[in-house]
Each structure stands twice: as structure tokens, then as C-alpha cells.
Design a protein around this ligand. Structure first.
Ligand code: SF4
Length: 424
């Protein structure tokens, strides 16, 4: 339905960051029903990263609460005169002043809105500084302080579109009920599914060993397919830091793993994650074998509002350019951007979010950055149609090559995931 609205509302020639682009938050018929894996919903818009159709999916509690508030979706057009946030509560929608929220992280924004509304169960979808600064792969973060599974409308720059409309956040809460034709049947189906679907003990990081053994774990910006440090960042390594499992609304699978780093250089870092793709993007893609650094990078991506896949991908791209002499310390602000330098990788998350120095160049994506760097850098930008590739080397999984080439939003693994058939 979101795609149909976008097709109807946004004609060719409308710029993704122009007031005429629309940003659609759309639930599905099952969103908010008491069934496993039915918490998910989509954002649909025109992408500033690829300049074409974009859909991005997320779980958490927001979609269910939007439904309980009496809305199936939200369609945003235009641009606020000054920063605003949208309150969607029990049948009413109201734009409010976000002057005091602009410049805050996503986490601070969510807490401030919940405090203002005196309700911790308000779901908040917000942008951080990256969205405000129109980073082309800025995300929208959902339900960061819910205690359950948080999420990210990560890919393609939904956060930049929201930032271009000067909309800092949408908050949703309702006490209504979703009408269904067969209440009893739904209840029975839910019970049946809950007995079949069990807790997912490790979440997606189980893929680290499988993908590495298959030789398709993209390492150092896709230069190799096997990462020698994989044992230090696999599911077993992660389990030492996981404090609890987290779940989206009404889902028994609880695939989220909340990790906390207690001491050392990254002590105090905490995040609902990292998922497999993020372990890859700040791990092998950057030549980093430190789980604590990956957690820190993930946390700052969530707080500044950045897609972890594209952010790690572009940092790995910059590392390869640095190694090949296409970028120097003069470009990096004095940082040694060699593969494996975890401190530089974490620092570049901030530089990208604030468009600082080389971060400003990388904030437009690997393809745009490569064009500006020139001297053959385009060969090292790993993308399809401008969207940075995720964590499967297509040279060893040809189905994924086809998936990347044909996905409706560019280099994406979620439209067709052939790994189950080809590898595991
Ligand atoms: S907990 Fe995991 S499996 Fe369940 S809805 Fe959320 S993302 Fe999907």
C-alpha cells in the first residue's frame, strides 16, 4: 500500500530531499495482532542515496501502537517552517515544536518526549544528528528505551528524508483494539504458533561462522572472503556480552540480544545488538576483530541515527582508499585509517554523522565519495545502484549477485536471501 501511495504521490523529477517527496509510515493488516513476527511495518519514500524507490522495514512496538491509536499509517509531505515532532495519540495527530529536541541524539529525543508526555510506553521513531545533517544513509530509530527489541529504519536514508522535512520524531500511543473477523481463530493460531516458535538463543550472529567457512565473509572492503579474526566476533564471542534477550511486540522469538561492554576502552557501550550485518560492517569490512569496538560503533550509529550497513561499508571503502594512497592523513584529519584501526572506525561514525572533514564526503555514500576522490576510486565502492552492499560476497553466492542486481532498492539482501539455499 505504501508503494502504491508513493507511485501516486511522487512523480519523476521530484528530489528525495525536496518538500514534494512524501515519507510514508505504513503498517500491514497483521501489524499489532498478538501473533509472532507480526510487529513489523514499513517506511516508503524516494531515497536520497539511490534517487529511486525505497522501502525500509522495522519491528519494535511503534507499528502496533500506531494501530492502537487508530491509524494504519502516516503520510508526510512538505517541510515544517521550524523543527517539529508529531504526536499521534488515541485518534488525534498534532504537530508540536521540536526546538528543544533538535541537536539531540535519538535516545535523548525519545526520553525527552516520554518525559514530556509522562508515559514510558509511548513509542518514538526519531532521527539523530545524521538525519538533521541530511546524511544520505541516515536512519530512523525506533523504541530505543522500550526494554524490548528496538529497531532501525536503516537502509537508504529514510532519516535524511525526515530531516529534510524538519521532523525530529513521531510518537505513537493508543488504547484501542484491532478489529478482527474471527477472534477465537486468531487466538488459537497465536497459541499454536507460540508452541512451535521458540526463543532464538543467539539471533543472526550464528551466521558469522557459516558465512566465513563458506568463504563469502567480505573482508577489508570485499578484498578477501575469509576473516582470520572471525572467532573473536562470532556468536560465541558475543554471548559473553549479552545481558538479555529482547523481543518486538507479542513475539516469542526474541531474536534481539542486548549487549553491554563493562570495562576497557569501550566500557559503558551498550546496544540492542549487534546483528550479523553490523558485526560484519564494523568487523571484517573494516578489518576489526574487537567485539567491544563493534558494539561501540553500533551504539553510536543508533544514537546519531545512521544505517550500520552503509556506515561500516563506506568506512571500509575509505580504508581501502587510504591503503592505496588515494586518501592521506591530511584527508583523514590526522587519523591512521588503516584496516584494523578500530578507534578510527568508531571515530568516523561521529565524523560522518556531523559531516566533519572526510566524514562529509563519506556522508553522501560510497559511490558519490568515489566520484569525488577520483583516480579509480570507483572500483572500490561496493554498491549496487548507489546502495552499499551488505555482508555476503556475491562472488561465492551467485544467487546473492542476482538478488543485489534486481532488488527494488539497490544493493540489498532482504528482497531475496538465497544464502539458505546456497550456503547453510
Ligand atoms: S523479535 Fe525478531 S523475529 Fe520477532 S518480530 Fe522482532 S525481529 Fe521479528
Amino acid at each position: 500500500m505504501g508503494a502504491a501511495f508513493l507511485y501516486r504521490e511522487v512523480g519523476p523529477g521530484i528530489g528525495p530531499l525536496s518538500a514534494d517527496n512524501v515519507l510514508i509510515f505504513m503498517t500491514g493488516p497483521a501489524t499489532g495482532m498478538p501473533l509472532p513476527a507480526c510487529a513489523r511495518w514499513e517506511a516508503v519514500t524516494k531515497s536520497p542515496l539511490t534517487d529511486m524507490y525505497l522501502c525500509s522495514s522495522v519491528g519494535g512496538f511503534f507499528g502496533a501502537r500506531l494501530k492502537f491509536a487508530g491509524f494504519d499509517g502516516v503520510i508526510l509531505r512538505g517541510k515544517a517552517k521550524k523543527p517539529a515532532w508529531l504526536s499521534v495519540m488515541d485518534g488525534s495527530a498534532e504537530l508540536r515544536d521540536a526546538g528543544g529536541l533538535w541537536g539531540l541524539t535519538t535516545e535523548e529525543t525519545e526520553l525527552t518526549i516520554q518525559r514530556e508526555l509522562k508515559d514510558k510506553r509511548v513509542s518514538v521513531a526519531s532521527i539523530g544528528q545524521a538525519g538533521e545533517n541530511l546524511v544520505k544513509f541516515a536512519s530512523v530509530q525506533i523504541d530505543l528505551n522500550s526494554g524490548g527489541r528496538s529497531g532501525s529504519l536503516g537502509r537508504g536514508g529514510v532519516g535524511a528524508v525526515m530531516g529534510s522535512k524538519r521532523l525530529k520524531a513521531i510518537a505513537a500511543r493508543g488504547h484501542g483494539k484491532i478489529e478482527v473477523a474471527d477472534e477465537k481463530g486468531l487466538e488459537m493460531l497465536g497459541r499454536e504458533l507460540r508452541t512451535e516458535l521458540k526463543l532464538d538463543e543467539v539471533g543472526t550472529p550464528w551466521l558469522v561462522d557459516e558465512i566465513n567457512e563458506a568463504g563469502i565473509f567480505p573482508t577489508r572492503n570485499f578484498q578477501q572472503g575469509v576473516f582470520e579474526g572471525s572467532r573473536r566476533i562470532n556468536a560465541e564471542a558475543m554471548c559473553r556480552f549479552v545481558k538479555r534477550h529482547t523481543a518486538c511486540y507479542a513475539c516469542p522469538i526474541s531474536c534481539g540480544k542486548f549487549s553491554i561492554i563493562l570495562g576497557g576502552e569501550y566500557g559503558g557501550s551498550l546496544v540492542d545488538g549487534p546483528d550479523y550485518e553490523t558485526i560484519w560492517s564494523f568487523g571484517p569490512q573494516c578489518g576489526v576483530d574487537r567485539f567491544d569496538a563493534i558494539v561501540a560503533a553500533n551504539m553510536w550509529c543508533d544514537r546519531y541515527g545512521l544505517d550500520t550497513i552503509s556506515t561500516g561499508n563506506v568506512i571500509g571503502f575509505a580504508m581501502e582508499c587510504y591503503g592505496r594512497g588515494l586518501l592521506s592523513k591530511e584527508d583523514t584529519g590526522g587519523l591512521d585509517l588503516s584496516f584494523g584501526n578500530h578507534g578510527a572506525a568508531v571515530e568516523f561514525v561521529r565524523k560522518i554523522a556531523f559531516r566533519e572533514g572526510l566524514g562529509n564526503l563519506l556522508a553522501d555514500g560510497a559511490l558519490a565519495a568515489a566520484k569525488k576522490i577520483g583516480r579509480g576510486a570507483e572500483s572500490f565502492a561496493m554498491h549496487v545502484k548507489g546502495m552499499e552492499l551488505p555482508a555476503y560476497d556475491p562472488r561465492g553466492a551467485w544467487g546473492m549477485a542476482l538478488a543485489y542486481a534486481t532488488a527494488c532498492r539497490g544493493g540489498c539482501h532482504l528482497k531475496a536471501w538465497t544464502i539458505g539455499e546456497e550456503v547453510v
